[in-house]
Write a protein that binds this ligand. Sequence first.
Ligand code: NAD
Length: 362
Amino acid sequence: MSYNVTLLPGDGIGPEVSEAMRKCVDATGIEINWDVQSVGEHAIKECGTPLPDRVLESIRKNKVAIKGPIVTPVGTGFRSINVQLRQALDLYACVRPAKYYEGTKAVNHNVDLVIFRENTEDLYAGIEFELGADETKKLIDDINNLQPGKIRDDAAISIKPISVTGTRRIVKYAFEYAVKNNRKKISAVHKANIMKFTDGLFLHEAREVAKEYEGRVEFQDVIVDNMCMQLVQRPEAYDVLVLPNLYGDIVSDLCAGLVGGLGIAPGANIGEDIALFEPVHGSAPKYAGKNKVNPTATILSAVLMLRYLNEIDAADKLEQAVADVIKEGKDVTYDLKENRDDPTAVGTQEMAEAICGRLKGE
Ligand code: NAD
Protein backbone atom coordinates (compact mmCIF):
# COMPACT_ATOMS: atom_id res chain seq x y z
CA MET A 1 0.00 0.00 0.00
CA SER A 2 1.25 3.51 -0.74
CA TYR A 3 0.27 6.82 0.87
CA ASN A 4 0.06 10.36 -0.49
CA VAL A 5 1.56 12.77 2.04
CA THR A 6 1.95 16.54 1.70
CA LEU A 7 5.44 17.65 2.68
CA LEU A 8 6.01 21.29 3.65
CA PRO A 9 9.78 21.72 4.08
CA GLY A 10 9.29 25.21 5.61
CA ASP A 11 11.87 27.87 6.48
CA GLY A 12 15.33 28.08 8.01
CA ILE A 13 16.47 24.60 9.04
CA GLY A 14 13.13 23.17 7.82
CA PRO A 15 14.32 21.90 4.41
CA GLU A 16 17.33 20.14 6.02
CA VAL A 17 15.40 18.35 8.75
CA SER A 18 12.62 17.49 6.27
CA GLU A 19 15.13 15.92 3.87
CA ALA A 20 16.62 13.89 6.74
CA MET A 21 13.15 12.74 7.82
CA ARG A 22 12.20 11.76 4.28
CA LYS A 23 15.32 9.59 3.93
CA CYS A 24 14.45 7.76 7.16
CA VAL A 25 10.78 7.21 6.29
CA ASP A 26 11.73 5.93 2.83
CA ALA A 27 14.23 3.55 4.49
CA THR A 28 11.40 1.92 6.48
CA GLY A 29 10.11 0.54 3.16
CA ILE A 30 6.72 2.24 3.54
CA GLU A 31 5.87 3.71 0.15
CA ILE A 32 5.06 7.40 0.37
CA ASN A 33 4.31 9.70 -2.58
CA TRP A 34 5.62 12.99 -1.23
CA ASP A 35 3.62 15.97 -2.49
CA VAL A 36 6.17 18.74 -1.76
CA GLN A 37 4.68 22.24 -1.33
CA SER A 38 6.38 25.57 -0.59
CA VAL A 39 5.14 27.65 2.34
CA GLY A 40 6.53 30.57 4.33
CA GLU A 41 9.43 32.61 2.99
CA HIS A 42 9.96 30.33 -0.04
CA ALA A 43 6.31 30.71 -1.05
CA ILE A 44 6.49 34.50 -0.64
CA LYS A 45 9.42 34.55 -3.10
CA GLU A 46 7.66 32.21 -5.54
CA CYS A 47 4.10 33.57 -5.49
CA GLY A 48 3.86 36.51 -3.12
CA THR A 49 1.97 34.80 -0.29
CA PRO A 50 3.26 32.62 2.58
CA LEU A 51 0.27 30.26 2.48
CA PRO A 52 -0.87 29.71 -1.12
CA ASP A 53 -4.30 28.07 -1.61
CA ARG A 54 -2.66 25.07 -3.28
CA VAL A 55 -1.05 24.14 0.08
CA LEU A 56 -4.39 23.82 1.87
CA GLU A 57 -5.84 22.04 -1.19
CA SER A 58 -3.00 19.51 -1.17
CA ILE A 59 -3.43 18.79 2.57
CA ARG A 60 -7.22 18.52 2.24
CA LYS A 61 -6.76 16.04 -0.61
CA ASN A 62 -4.01 13.91 0.94
CA LYS A 63 -5.39 14.14 4.53
CA VAL A 64 -1.90 13.62 5.96
CA ALA A 65 0.94 16.17 5.98
CA ILE A 66 4.30 16.67 7.63
CA LYS A 67 6.10 19.98 7.86
CA GLY A 68 9.26 21.74 8.90
CA PRO A 69 9.08 24.97 10.94
CA ILE A 70 7.79 28.18 9.37
CA VAL A 71 9.03 31.64 10.38
CA THR A 72 6.63 34.02 12.11
CA PRO A 73 8.07 37.55 12.24
CA VAL A 74 7.44 39.10 15.69
CA GLY A 75 5.13 42.12 15.97
CA THR A 76 4.32 42.57 12.24
CA GLY A 77 1.02 42.18 10.37
CA PHE A 78 2.07 38.72 9.11
CA ARG A 79 -0.05 36.18 11.02
CA SER A 80 1.53 32.87 11.99
CA ILE A 81 1.21 30.36 9.13
CA ASN A 82 1.28 27.57 11.70
CA VAL A 83 -1.72 29.00 13.51
CA GLN A 84 -3.49 29.63 10.17
CA LEU A 85 -2.92 26.02 9.09
CA ARG A 86 -4.26 24.67 12.39
CA GLN A 87 -7.32 26.91 12.25
CA ALA A 88 -8.07 26.51 8.51
CA LEU A 89 -7.90 22.71 8.76
CA ASP A 90 -9.51 22.63 12.24
CA LEU A 91 -6.62 20.61 13.64
CA TYR A 92 -7.92 20.88 17.18
CA ALA A 93 -5.61 18.47 19.00
CA CYS A 94 -1.93 19.21 19.31
CA VAL A 95 -0.20 16.09 20.60
CA ARG A 96 3.33 16.33 21.97
CA PRO A 97 4.99 13.32 23.58
CA ALA A 98 7.95 14.00 25.89
CA LYS A 99 9.90 10.82 26.50
CA TYR A 100 13.36 10.06 27.82
CA TYR A 101 15.79 8.41 25.40
CA GLU A 102 19.03 7.01 26.83
CA GLY A 103 22.00 9.07 25.65
CA THR A 104 20.23 12.43 25.65
CA LYS A 105 21.11 15.23 28.03
CA ALA A 106 17.78 14.88 29.79
CA VAL A 107 17.37 16.70 33.09
CA ASN A 108 15.25 13.82 34.35
CA HIS A 109 15.26 10.20 33.19
CA ASN A 110 11.79 9.36 34.48
CA VAL A 111 9.79 11.21 31.89
CA ASP A 112 7.19 9.57 29.67
CA LEU A 113 4.48 12.16 29.18
CA VAL A 114 2.00 12.91 26.42
CA ILE A 115 0.72 16.46 26.22
CA PHE A 116 -2.59 17.36 24.56
CA ARG A 117 -2.84 21.05 23.78
CA GLU A 118 -6.10 22.56 22.50
CA ASN A 119 -5.12 24.07 19.18
CA THR A 120 -7.84 26.40 17.89
CA GLU A 121 -8.89 28.89 20.54
CA ASP A 122 -7.69 30.67 23.71
CA LEU A 123 -5.34 33.66 23.28
CA TYR A 124 -4.20 32.08 19.99
CA ALA A 125 -7.57 32.73 18.35
CA GLY A 126 -6.03 35.80 16.67
CA ILE A 127 -8.66 38.22 18.01
CA GLU A 128 -6.44 41.20 18.73
CA PHE A 129 -6.98 44.93 19.09
CA GLU A 130 -4.04 47.25 18.46
CA LEU A 131 -3.08 50.14 20.75
CA GLY A 132 -4.86 53.35 19.72
CA ALA A 133 -7.01 51.86 16.90
CA ASP A 134 -10.60 53.18 16.69
CA GLU A 135 -12.09 49.75 17.27
CA THR A 136 -9.81 49.29 20.32
CA LYS A 137 -10.99 52.58 21.83
CA LYS A 138 -14.59 51.56 21.21
CA LEU A 139 -14.05 48.14 22.78
CA ILE A 140 -12.36 49.71 25.83
CA ASP A 141 -15.28 52.14 26.23
CA ASP A 142 -17.81 49.30 25.94
CA ILE A 143 -15.99 47.14 28.49
CA ASN A 144 -15.48 50.03 30.91
CA ASN A 145 -19.20 50.75 30.66
CA LEU A 146 -19.92 47.16 31.69
CA GLN A 147 -17.13 46.87 34.29
CA PRO A 148 -16.05 50.43 35.20
CA GLY A 149 -12.33 51.28 35.22
CA LYS A 150 -11.18 47.80 34.20
CA ILE A 151 -9.05 48.77 31.19
CA ARG A 152 -6.63 51.67 30.75
CA ASP A 153 -7.01 53.92 27.67
CA ASP A 154 -3.52 53.04 26.48
CA ALA A 155 -4.08 49.26 26.43
CA ALA A 156 -3.91 46.78 23.55
CA ILE A 157 -6.24 43.78 23.87
CA SER A 158 -6.11 40.08 23.00
CA ILE A 159 -9.28 38.05 23.46
CA LYS A 160 -9.26 34.64 25.15
CA PRO A 161 -12.21 32.53 23.97
CA ILE A 162 -12.57 29.07 25.54
CA SER A 163 -15.67 27.14 24.45
CA VAL A 164 -17.56 24.08 25.64
CA THR A 165 -17.16 22.53 22.16
CA GLY A 166 -13.42 23.23 21.94
CA THR A 167 -12.77 21.95 25.45
CA ARG A 168 -14.89 18.81 25.27
CA ARG A 169 -13.33 17.58 22.04
CA ILE A 170 -9.70 18.00 23.17
CA VAL A 171 -10.37 16.41 26.57
CA LYS A 172 -12.28 13.56 24.93
CA TYR A 173 -9.45 13.04 22.45
CA ALA A 174 -6.96 12.84 25.35
CA PHE A 175 -9.12 10.29 27.19
CA GLU A 176 -9.60 8.17 24.05
CA TYR A 177 -5.83 8.21 23.53
CA ALA A 178 -5.29 7.18 27.17
CA VAL A 179 -7.69 4.24 26.83
CA LYS A 180 -6.16 3.04 23.52
CA ASN A 181 -2.57 3.42 24.71
CA ASN A 182 -3.03 2.03 28.20
CA ARG A 183 -2.26 5.30 29.92
CA LYS A 184 -3.42 5.53 33.52
CA LYS A 185 -3.94 9.16 34.47
CA ILE A 186 -5.02 12.45 32.89
CA SER A 187 -4.21 15.80 34.48
CA ALA A 188 -6.20 18.82 33.28
CA VAL A 189 -4.09 21.95 33.65
CA HIS A 190 -5.67 25.40 34.15
CA LYS A 191 -5.73 28.66 36.07
CA ALA A 192 -9.41 28.50 37.01
CA ASN A 193 -8.76 30.10 40.39
CA ILE A 194 -8.06 33.40 38.56
CA MET A 195 -9.85 33.06 35.18
CA LYS A 196 -13.08 31.75 36.61
CA PHE A 197 -15.11 31.91 33.41
CA THR A 198 -12.66 30.80 30.69
CA ASP A 199 -10.39 28.39 32.59
CA GLY A 200 -13.32 27.67 34.89
CA LEU A 201 -15.26 26.42 31.87
CA PHE A 202 -12.28 24.33 30.74
CA LEU A 203 -12.07 22.68 34.16
CA HIS A 204 -15.82 22.11 34.44
CA GLU A 205 -16.04 20.47 30.99
CA ALA A 206 -12.91 18.38 31.64
CA ARG A 207 -14.54 17.06 34.83
CA GLU A 208 -17.74 16.26 32.92
CA VAL A 209 -15.86 14.32 30.22
CA ALA A 210 -13.80 12.54 32.90
CA LYS A 211 -17.00 11.09 34.40
CA GLU A 212 -17.51 9.06 31.18
CA TYR A 213 -14.16 7.33 31.80
CA GLU A 214 -14.48 6.76 35.55
CA GLY A 215 -12.88 3.47 36.58
CA ARG A 216 -10.83 3.32 33.38
CA VAL A 217 -8.62 6.43 33.51
CA GLU A 218 -7.80 8.39 36.66
CA PHE A 219 -8.45 12.14 36.50
CA GLN A 220 -7.04 15.09 38.42
CA ASP A 221 -6.68 18.82 37.84
CA VAL A 222 -3.61 20.92 38.52
CA ILE A 223 -3.13 24.70 38.46
CA VAL A 224 -0.66 25.62 35.72
CA ASP A 225 2.01 27.35 37.84
CA ASN A 226 2.05 24.44 40.28
CA MET A 227 2.18 22.05 37.31
CA CYS A 228 5.36 23.71 36.02
CA MET A 229 7.08 23.27 39.36
CA GLN A 230 5.85 19.68 39.76
CA LEU A 231 7.06 18.77 36.26
CA VAL A 232 10.55 19.96 37.08
CA GLN A 233 10.63 18.22 40.46
CA ARG A 234 8.75 14.95 39.87
CA PRO A 235 7.61 14.43 36.28
CA GLU A 236 7.23 10.71 36.96
CA ALA A 237 4.04 11.56 38.89
CA TYR A 238 2.32 12.55 35.63
CA ASP A 239 1.19 10.66 32.56
CA VAL A 240 -1.13 12.49 30.14
CA LEU A 241 -1.69 16.26 30.39
CA VAL A 242 -4.51 18.18 28.71
CA LEU A 243 -4.31 21.96 28.49
CA PRO A 244 -5.78 25.03 26.80
CA ASN A 245 -3.73 26.42 23.91
CA LEU A 246 -1.31 28.88 25.55
CA TYR A 247 -0.45 26.81 28.64
CA GLY A 248 -0.07 23.80 26.33
CA ASP A 249 2.47 25.63 24.23
CA ILE A 250 4.56 26.70 27.22
CA VAL A 251 4.31 23.47 29.22
CA SER A 252 5.19 21.32 26.20
CA ASP A 253 8.41 23.30 25.68
CA LEU A 254 9.17 22.84 29.39
CA CYS A 255 8.71 19.09 28.92
CA ALA A 256 10.88 19.15 25.78
CA GLY A 257 13.56 20.78 27.94
CA LEU A 258 13.21 18.03 30.56
CA VAL A 259 13.97 15.28 28.04
CA GLY A 260 16.90 16.96 26.36
CA GLY A 261 15.75 19.93 24.32
CA LEU A 262 13.87 20.98 21.22
CA GLY A 263 16.07 18.91 18.94
CA ILE A 264 14.26 15.74 19.97
CA ALA A 265 10.66 16.92 20.59
CA PRO A 266 8.06 15.75 18.02
CA GLY A 267 4.46 16.90 17.55
CA ALA A 268 1.21 16.23 15.75
CA ASN A 269 -1.82 18.39 14.97
CA ILE A 270 -4.91 16.26 14.56
CA GLY A 271 -8.40 17.09 13.26
CA GLU A 272 -11.47 14.98 12.47
CA ASP A 273 -9.94 13.48 9.32
CA ILE A 274 -6.72 15.44 8.67
CA ALA A 275 -3.40 15.26 10.50
CA LEU A 276 -0.33 17.48 10.22
CA PHE A 277 2.91 16.38 11.89
CA GLU A 278 5.76 18.73 12.84
CA PRO A 279 8.69 19.14 15.21
CA VAL A 280 8.08 21.40 18.21
CA HIS A 281 11.13 23.53 17.37
CA GLY A 282 11.21 26.60 15.14
CA SER A 283 13.28 27.51 12.10
CA ALA A 284 16.50 28.26 14.08
CA PRO A 285 17.63 30.78 11.41
CA LYS A 286 21.21 30.99 12.68
CA TYR A 287 21.76 27.32 11.77
CA ALA A 288 19.94 27.40 8.39
CA GLY A 289 21.84 25.73 5.55
CA LYS A 290 24.66 24.53 7.84
CA ASN A 291 23.75 20.83 8.02
CA LYS A 292 24.22 21.11 11.77
CA VAL A 293 20.93 20.74 13.65
CA ASN A 294 19.36 17.62 15.06
CA PRO A 295 16.84 15.92 12.72
CA THR A 296 15.41 13.73 15.53
CA ALA A 297 12.36 15.91 16.31
CA THR A 298 11.20 15.73 12.69
CA ILE A 299 12.01 12.02 12.37
CA LEU A 300 10.06 11.27 15.58
CA SER A 301 7.21 13.36 14.14
CA ALA A 302 7.28 10.95 11.20
CA VAL A 303 7.11 8.08 13.71
CA LEU A 304 3.86 9.63 14.98
CA MET A 305 2.70 9.92 11.36
CA LEU A 306 3.43 6.24 10.66
CA ARG A 307 1.45 5.28 13.80
CA TYR A 308 -1.43 7.48 12.59
CA LEU A 309 -1.30 5.62 9.26
CA ASN A 310 -1.45 2.40 11.28
CA GLU A 311 2.02 1.39 10.08
CA ILE A 312 2.87 0.35 13.64
CA ASP A 313 5.72 -2.01 12.79
CA ALA A 314 7.52 0.59 10.66
CA ALA A 315 6.91 3.24 13.35
CA ASP A 316 8.34 1.02 16.11
CA LYS A 317 11.39 0.12 14.01
CA LEU A 318 12.11 3.75 13.11
CA GLU A 319 11.75 4.86 16.74
CA GLN A 320 14.07 2.06 17.84
CA ALA A 321 16.64 3.03 15.18
CA VAL A 322 16.57 6.63 16.44
CA ALA A 323 16.89 5.45 20.05
CA ASP A 324 19.83 3.16 19.16
CA VAL A 325 21.75 5.91 17.35
CA ILE A 326 21.20 8.35 20.24
CA LYS A 327 22.17 5.73 22.83
CA GLU A 328 25.39 4.88 20.98
CA GLY A 329 26.18 8.62 20.88
CA LYS A 330 28.59 8.40 17.94
CA ASP A 331 26.70 9.57 14.84
CA VAL A 332 24.79 12.35 16.56
CA THR A 333 24.57 16.11 16.12
CA TYR A 334 26.37 18.64 18.36
CA ASP A 335 23.43 19.10 20.75
CA LEU A 336 23.49 15.41 21.72
CA LYS A 337 27.23 15.39 22.48
CA GLU A 338 28.47 15.90 26.05
CA ASN A 339 30.29 19.01 24.87
CA ARG A 340 28.57 21.16 22.21
CA ASP A 341 31.95 21.88 20.56
CA ASP A 342 32.80 18.19 20.22
CA PRO A 343 34.48 17.89 16.78
CA THR A 344 33.15 14.32 16.38
CA ALA A 345 29.55 15.59 16.11
CA VAL A 346 28.05 14.70 12.73
CA GLY A 347 25.74 16.78 10.53
CA THR A 348 21.96 16.55 10.09
CA GLN A 349 22.13 14.30 7.02
CA GLU A 350 24.85 12.06 8.48
CA MET A 351 22.77 11.41 11.59
CA ALA A 352 19.80 10.54 9.35
CA GLU A 353 22.00 8.18 7.35
CA ALA A 354 23.13 6.46 10.56
CA ILE A 355 19.44 5.95 11.47
CA CYS A 356 18.75 4.55 7.98
CA GLY A 357 21.75 2.22 8.45
CA ARG A 358 20.24 0.86 11.69
CA LEU A 359 16.90 0.34 9.96
CA LYS A 360 18.60 -1.70 7.27
CA GLY A 361 20.50 -3.68 9.93
CA GLU A 362 23.91 -2.36 8.86
P1 NAD B 1 13.79 27.86 17.47
O1 NAD B 1 13.15 26.60 17.94
O2 NAD B 1 13.84 28.06 16.00
O3 NAD B 1 15.28 27.92 17.98
C1 NAD B 1 15.68 28.15 19.32
C2 NAD B 1 17.00 27.43 19.57
O4 NAD B 1 16.72 26.06 19.80
C3 NAD B 1 17.96 27.43 18.38
O5 NAD B 1 18.75 28.56 18.32
C4 NAD B 1 18.77 26.18 18.67
O6 NAD B 1 19.75 26.46 19.63
C5 NAD B 1 17.75 25.25 19.28
N1 NAD B 1 17.17 24.34 18.29
C6 NAD B 1 15.98 24.44 17.63
N2 NAD B 1 15.83 23.41 16.82
C7 NAD B 1 16.91 22.63 16.94
C8 NAD B 1 17.33 21.39 16.35
N3 NAD B 1 16.57 20.74 15.45
N4 NAD B 1 18.53 20.88 16.70
C9 NAD B 1 19.28 21.50 17.60
N5 NAD B 1 18.97 22.65 18.21
C10 NAD B 1 17.79 23.21 17.88
O7 NAD B 1 13.01 29.06 18.18
P2 NAD B 1 13.01 30.61 17.86
O8 NAD B 1 14.42 31.08 17.58
O9 NAD B 1 12.25 31.21 18.97
O10 NAD B 1 12.13 30.76 16.55
C11 NAD B 1 12.67 30.96 15.24
C12 NAD B 1 11.51 31.09 14.25
O11 NAD B 1 10.77 29.86 14.19
C13 NAD B 1 10.50 32.18 14.61
O12 NAD B 1 10.11 32.85 13.43
C14 NAD B 1 9.32 31.40 15.17
O13 NAD B 1 8.11 32.07 15.00
C15 NAD B 1 9.38 30.14 14.33
N6 NAD B 1 8.74 28.98 14.97
C16 NAD B 1 8.02 28.17 14.16
C17 NAD B 1 7.43 27.03 14.71
C18 NAD B 1 6.64 26.15 13.79
O14 NAD B 1 6.77 26.24 12.58
N7 NAD B 1 5.81 25.27 14.31
C19 NAD B 1 7.59 26.72 16.06
C20 NAD B 1 8.36 27.56 16.86
C21 NAD B 1 8.93 28.70 16.30
